[in-house]
Design a protein around this ligand. Sequence first.
Ligand SMILES: [Zn+2]
Length: 497
Amino acid sequence: MRRMRVGFFALGVISLASLADARGLKVLDPLKRDIVTSGIQLLDWDGHLMNPAPRFDLQVLMPVIGDGPNPAPFSVRLTANHPRLYFDQNSTYGATGPTKNLTIPTNGGSAPFRLAMFPDRAGGNETATLTVQVTDRFNRSFTRSIPVTVIDQDLPRPANTLLTVNYSQERLNWMNTARRPVIDQAAADWAYFFVNPGYATVPANSEWTFIWNTNGFTGGNWRLNTSAYNGFLLYAYAIDGPQLRSGGAGSSRGGFQSVAGNPTQLRRSGTVEVERKGNYNTLGWIESTNDDQWWTTGNLGNEQNDLYSIVRHEMGHAFGFNIAYPRFLAAKNGNGIEDPEIVDLLGGPLMIDAFDHFHGTIEPCSGCGAFGYEYYGQIPRRRWLPTKVDILAMRHVGWTLRDISALWPLQWVTTGLPAGTRNTAYSQTLVSKGGSGAPDFLLGRGKLPPGLRLNRFTGVLSGTPTVAGTFNFTVTLREAIENGQQLDRSFSIQINP
Ligand SMILES: [Zn+2]
């Protein structure tokens, strides 16, 4: 009995050891690179918009000794220890981070998952750990930890003077000092994407804006601005109406912004109305801008809604997604928004529905529903943020976009490499910029100086060259995202004797 138990235990150890074999688990990124050892690199683009959610393939292939039992199927549990990380659906999320369960039916089979970081507003890279627990058919399991690095591209930006949130039409005293920070933040997060190319100052008593009555969308009055302003005048006020909904629009009777005497297609004012009882219910609001709590509500009818989400959405109507904007109207009446970059991202124009929403559009890169389609998409549908497609649509409407990282195409930064010396340590780092995924530096044609190696994940070219001469080679720069770009660059290294 004792021997049998020992024998069984020993068998268990062997099996666990083979199950825990590093070759048994692969996590392939969109470029089919195994990132179990190198780790996952995610992007947090600058500005408050939905980030790329690359798709990974998790593969389990366990060695089977002789005619040993097939260990499949495998159940896989993914966890990540950061409140702003999320997997695609179905998954959980929350204060301690997300979880996702996968099943791999066959030995050598794989299952996909996506991982992304909800944005913050501060710079600084962040790190976390993705933990993969694999359990086989015999309930034997092993765990691997994979480092996650989030490259944070938020930059310190000067305060944006493009926008004034005006509370003079608030008559219900609901937008009090506790609630205004949420509304101000939503406005600032929109304005972050836009620059002021020199819009003419709007004189007092020259801009008409329609203000709804406090009982909702039943009637109201046109008002004139009481003082001069520069940029966009956004009236924010509460309503208490029977429709239980909020609203937002640009001013259809106001003027257009002009730059150096030339009129643009952009409105000068608009409104956001917030139904104080709640969003399609009377449950009130969650009033927070804390990004770590992005997951608190899904803005559904049976729950308290997120004030930030709804005002961010309604401001989208006020700033551009509204027929008061001629270019939006033309796209709505025509073939949608045919901006070439949008067409490139979506494979066709961005279609606008009767409610000025981009119904039916899921942005491929983020997996998130576009403006007005926030209840859809492959990722958890919680706090609403614009997608890159929405920002590009604002450009189409007429806004001048800030040079944000989400708009940077993949590009090389490194143009050449310095010479080295034989038998002397050499280390240089190839650098790229932009794109929607982690960079890949793949050695192409030609030959590295003997003794040097290129790390495709980091771009570090290092080692001790052993042969003098001139060595020419190409490196293909790619981005780890579906349908990413690739750019070859030729390099030459002189190794001196
Ligand atoms: Zn809407």
